[in-house]
Each structure stands twice: as structure tokens, then as C-alpha cells.
Write a protein that binds this ligand. Sequence first.
Ligand SMILES: O=c1nc2n(C[C@H](O)[C@H](O)[C@H](O)CO)c3cc(O)ccc3cc-2c(=O)[nH]1
Ligand SMILES: C[C@H]1O[C@@H](n2cnc3c(N)ncnc32)[C@H](O)[C@@H]1O
Ligand code: SF4
Length: 414
Amino acid sequence: MSLSNNLDRVSEQVTSEYYESEITHKIWQMKYRNNCYELAHFLSTCDLSLLQYLATQIRSNHTFDSKVITYSRKVFINLINLCKDSCSYCTYKKEPQDIDAIMLSPSQVLAIAEAASRKGCTEALIVTGERPETKYPQVKAWLNSLGHKNLTDLIADLGEKILKKTGLLPHTNAGTLTKSEMTKLKPTNASLGMMLESSSERLLSTGEAHEFAPSKIPKVRLKSLLSAGELKFPITTGLLIGIGETFEDVIDSLLKINEINKRYGHIQEVIMQNFIPKAGTPMEYAKSPTLEYFLRCIASARIILENINIQVPPNLSPKIYSRYLTAGINDWGGISPLTPDYVNPESPWPTIREISKVTLDNGYVLRARLPLYPNYIVDPKLNTQFIHPTLKGYIEPLVDNYGLVKEDSIQNEY
Ligand SMILES: O=c1nc2n(C[C@H](O)[C@H](O)[C@H](O)CO)c3cc(O)ccc3cc-2c(=O)[nH]1
Ligand SMILES: C[C@H]1O[C@@H](n2cnc3c(N)ncnc32)[C@H](O)[C@@H]1O
Ligand code: SF4
């Protein structure tokens, strides 16, 4: 190759590096000014492949090992699917008279956790409807018969039993919780889950997704995220994409989550979840987000969120989930060998073998994590602040030096 050709290539590289750093700087300025409108305009008009390129660059600098994609070996414990709210996209919620209404007994919960432990699971994902005991007398009666006044007390009790009997680490998503409720869960739950869904208040108006779901008032959800921060409780949150929000709403939601995390460092993960229309719901005929829009939201999340893991569940896009790897994600979420995804039961999880192959074919390595992300385990300062002393003895034997699940504990049958 001639010298002039070589110089041409060097100058092309310098130009593109200059261009990249100029764009990165521009984004940084818009973020610093907290100018949502400006940032949304830029991210919505920017070429998608450039956005994905930037997201992948940021992702490779962010995690302890830029080539690792994680997942959690979890069992989904559907404790109670009654709920005081009604989100227009949800089929998880049932009425007491429905044949598939569920209120698990403590012995059923323990039997599920024990079966999961035999399959090599490390996470017990406890999911419930929103404060069902405030709406249904049957739920009050059920709680009282178990010796409890409210759902949180039952979850705290079950969490302790699950830990002691199986060593599975509980992670609860019961929707919004107060600070005192979270305090009760901290000794037994390694982390919490609660989707923000969207910071848009417009979604509460007539005919919109959250019209009949007061717990989805953004202020209420953001307050729960702040409470978790005050308690140094690691929490997973996320956005449901395609429920009537605008792209600007997505950017506003991401900026708000990032601001909260900058104060406390407790937002371990943001789930970017694509809405799936369900028959029989008010949003039955609403459309799933397009792939182009969803990829733009994911790449924007990676660009906006600082040091936060990003998960997209593979089961909601079984044919094309590998595309999310090039938009900057670093986690596939919880995969259960035993229980369905009760929120999206029509979407079975791909097998670990398949996910591992897809991940590998795209140049990454799949590794199991605990419900609690590795940095909280391996960083001595974070470990002290974010993990309750009771939980330490359960967490340490499960992980290697990187805070990931030891490979030798992974069973073939999973
Ligand atoms: O592995 C996890 N998966 C979590 N999931 C994902 C879930 O396991 C499924 O992957 C999705 O529901 C896809 O259907 C959540 C999904 C939500 O919509 C809201 C909260 C959670 C919380 C978690 C979680 O903390 N850990
Ligand atoms: C547990 C989480 O499940 C998500 N969720 C509820 N309904 C749907 C749906 N139709 N499609 C995708 N995700 C959904 C919400 O984000 C909720 O917070
Ligand atoms: S998404 Fe959660 S809060 Fe909304 S109706 Fe379903 S169970 Fe209730």
C-alpha cells in the first residue's frame, strides 16, 4: 500500500474519531443541561446505526468485562395475581372468581423454591399485584389466616423461609413500596424490582394505558425509587415501551432514572421491555413498538444511563433478540427452567443453550449472575452498604472473584 493511501486511511480514522468525540461531547452537554427536548430531538433524528455504534462503545467501557452478557437463573414465584389497579395492557391481574386466580400457600412457595434449587436456580423472583389486600376482603382473610396484616409482612416471612430452606436469593417485585415496607424486606431480599413503566403523566388520562392504575403515577413510582436509594437497597427498574408514550417521554424517563441513581448508586439495572398486545385487554389492538423505535430506545438508554446495567428479555422477541446486543444491552434477565413468565405466558423463554449460542455467535460470552449485580458484591464499600449482613453468608459461596455465579454450580439439565 502506498504512503498516500496509508495517510488517507489514518486521516479517515482521525476524522471519524474526532466526529465521534464531538458527538459524544454534544450529547454530554445536552445531558448536563438536562435538556430533555433537545436530547430527544437529537437522539430521534440521529442515524440509528451511529446511535448503536455509540451505545456499543459506551457498553464496552462500562462493565467489568466488556465481553460478558449475563442472565439470572431464576424461578418465577407468582405469589398472588390479584391487584387493586388495572393497567390496560395487563393480563397478569385476575379477579378472585377467576379459575386462574392464585394465592400460593407458604408450603407451595417452598416446594417451588426447592424444585428450583435442585435445577440450579439462584433467584426466587416473587411477583404480586399492587396492594391487593386494600381492595379484596378475601386477600385480607388469606393474610390474616397466615398470621399477617399485610402483603409485605408475608413476603418478608416467606423470604426468610426460602433463604433458610433453599439458599435461593429472593428478589421481590410487588410494585410500589413505602420506605418502611422496604426496610422489612431488606434482610431477606438481595434486591427489589419495580418498573417505572414511563414518566409520562399523560398515560393516566382517559383512554390511556394507566387510566385505572393510580400506582403508575410517575411521582409515586419515582418516590419508591428514591426510598430504595435512601435505604441503599439495590433495585431493578425499567420502561415498558410502546404503551402510548412519545420518544421524548422515554428520554425524560431515562434522565429521571439516571438522576436518581446519581444520588444513591442503587439502580442496578434498567429493563427495556417491549409491550405485547394481549387479547381481551383494552390495548388488544394497540401495536407493539417497531424494531427501529425499540432499538433507538435501547441505544438511547445506554447513552443516557451512567453505569447501569441494561436488560432486554429475549422471550418477547424470540426471533430477533440478538439485535439488542448491538444496541448496547448487557443482560438477558431472569430465565426460568421451571415456571412460565406469568406476565407474558404466551412467550416461553428460549433455552439457555440457545441463548448461549446466540450470544457467542455475536462475540459475547453468557454468564449467570445473582439477582444482585456483581459490582455490589465485589466492591468492598458497596458490599458493606448495599448487602444486609444476613445475606452475606448466602451470597459469598455462590460467586467467583468477579461476583458472577461459579461455573461449577451450573447443572446440565438447566
Ligand atoms: O431477572 C429478572 N427479571 C425481571 N423481570 C423480567 C421478567 O423475568 C421477564 O423477563 C419479563 O417479564 C419478560 O416477559 C421483570 C420484568 C418486569 O416487567 C418488571 C420487573 C422485573 C424484574 C425482574 C428482575 O428483577 N429480575
Ligand atoms: C411486571 C411487568 O410486566 C410488564 N408488563 C405487563 N403487561 C405487559 C405486556 N402486555 N407486555 C409486556 N410487558 C408487560 C410491566 O412492565 C410490569 O411492570
Ligand atoms: S401491571 Fe401490575 S399493577 Fe398493572 S394491572 Fe398488572 S399486576 Fe396490576
